[in-house]
Design a protein around this ligand. Structure first.
Ligand code: HEC
Length: 156
């Protein structure tokens, strides 16, 4: 019984050691991975409605509505949770997030709010008809672009 307790305790120490070691290597790895995943999913969904807007794929109200709903859902998840202070370009691995995010956090969060507003409007437009979808694209894409212009280091 005592041996069992000791073994469990040793296992716990080893497990926490591994976690601590990972954290020491890159404390921001999870946050960067998380925001990249969210951004990439939004880009995939934007690509679907973008292809319809450019008449590259036929308009499908259900597919467009789902893509728009995904973007709105992901926009609602974006917060400083995925952007811990210090996880910036040239400090955290694979990060292209500019330090201005933390210097002008209110404005950054306003751009998150703007995306939420645009995504909500686009959800209705995308599911209505192709003309509405086309008309709504600029505002949605603009909300992505406005934030990237200010807060994302362009990849070389
Ligand atoms: C509030 C700011 C903000 C908004 C709004 C925003 N993004 Fe981003 N996005 C960023 C930042 C900052 C990065 C860089 C993150 C990093 O590299 O750590 C980024 C990175 C990306 C990337 C690159 C991901 C990767 O793996 O390197 C894609 C793709 C992307 N965004 C797509 C979008 C799309 C599509 C939208 C709109 C539907 C959008 N973003 C809206 C801030 C934003």
């Amino acid at each position: 019984m005592r041996l069992m307790v000791l073994m469990v305790a040793a296992g716990a120490v080893m497990a926490s050691g591994v976690l601590a070691q990972d954290a020491a290597e890159d404390p921001f790895a999870d946050a960067v991975e998380m925001r990249h995943g969210l951004m990439l999913q939004m880009a995939t969904d934007l690509g679907k409605v973008g292809a319809m807007a450019k008449d590259e794929t036929p308009y499908d109200a259900a597919v467009a509505g789902k893509a728009a709903a995904n973007i709105a859902a992901i926009a609602s998840v974006l917060s400083m949770d995925q952007f811990p202070a210090g996880s910036e370009y040239q400090k955290a691995t694979d990060s292209f997030a500019l330090p201005a995010i933390w210097e002008k956090q209110d404005d950054f969060l306003q751009k998150v709010a703007d995306l939420n507003t645009a995504a909500a409007a686009f959800q209705t437009a995308a599911a209505t008809d192709l003309d509405s979808l086309k008309a709504g694209m600029a505002a949605l894409g603009g909300a992505c672009g406005a934030c990237h212009k200010a807060y994302r280091q362009p990849e070389e």
